[in-house]
Design a protein around this ligand. Structure first.
Ligand SMILES: [Ca+2]
Length: 268
């Protein structure tokens, strides 16, 4: 074998080995890009139900002793409208319209809140909007809503209040992907309500990420080659190449070429 043939053979082997290294790397890249992490949390539409399925229900002050109104009276009604206000594909808001509301009408809206995402979330806040004002509801607390938009708790004699309401959410602190948390909103129409009026209010739910560990955004980017290596990397195929593997394979091929050349010289 002559020297030029030997050099050609070394180069051919070097390039085929380098190409092999890149093929392996690009396969690994396409595997890892599927691990995207997302925060998605909201109401599952098939989990929403209400207590008013015809005959009206009533209760006593403080949302106690819930029972049907006598003689099967069916005057009041509640309409629900679900919305995805932040357009992330999950319902975060339910709007309530109580029509033909009259003092003593009670209803309970039950919803399931699901973690649709891939990371755990801190169970969020329920924010009520009433008469153009917003207020964060604490789970289990009874609040009084007034015509002028005022919302208060700890009221002994809620004179003039239109509603008393209570938001209740499951006792879990953290919610993991796929888990559904049962929540409910109860309301009771009080003496401050006008007869046969319609009232509207809405509740928006918000959650935050519990942790971002393990999400791809936290992974350290592959170290970029510096100096001469950086200049050479510009010539690499656009597969996002692994510089270390590239140079290792190249170096191995050169060593093999030197060994082959010495062998040829010995044969000469
Ligand atoms: Ca009814």
């Amino acid at each position: 074998m002559n020297r030029s043939a030997c050099v050609m053979l070394s180069l051919l082997i070097a390039f085929s080995l380098m190409n092999c290294g890149f093929t392996n790397w690009s396969n690994r890249v396409s595997d890892s890009t599927t691990q995207t992490s997302k925060l998605k949390w909201g109401i599952t539409s098939d989990s929403v139900s209400q207590g008013d399925r015809g005959p009206d229900v009533t209760c006593e002050r403080g949302l106690k002793n819930v029972r049907p109104i006598s003689e099967g009276k069916d005057v009041g009604a509640t309409n629900l409208n679900l919305k995805d206000t932040n357009k992330d594909g999950a319902i975060d808001t339910f709007n309530i319209e109580v029509s033909n509301a009259y003092p003593s009408y009670y209803n309970k809206i039950e919803i399931g809140v699901k973690n649709f995402g891939e990371i755990a979330v801190k169970v969020g806040r329920a924010i009520i909007s009433w008469q153009g004002k917003t207020f964060t509801l604490k789970s289990g607390t009874v609040y009084y809503l007034y015509e002028d938009g005022k919302i208060v708790n700890n009221v002994t004699e809620p004179e003039g209040a239109v509603f008393e309401i209570r938001w209740t959410e499951g006792s879990k602190k953290n919610q993991y992907p796929g888990e559904i948390l049962p929540c409910a909103l109860e309301f009771h129409v009080l003496q401050g309500a006008s007869q046969n009026n319609s009232y509207r209010f809405g509740v928006t739910l918000a959650a935050e990420a519990l942790e971002v560990v393990g999400s791809i955004s936290d992974e350290v980017e592959p170290e970029k080659p510096k100096g001469i290596a950086a200049a050479k990397s510009a010539l690499m195929p656009r597969t996002g190449g692994n510089a270390h593997l590239f140079y290792l394979v190249g170096a191995a091929a050169v060593v093999f070429g030197v060994w082959l050349r010495q062998k040829v010289q010995e044969d000469d």
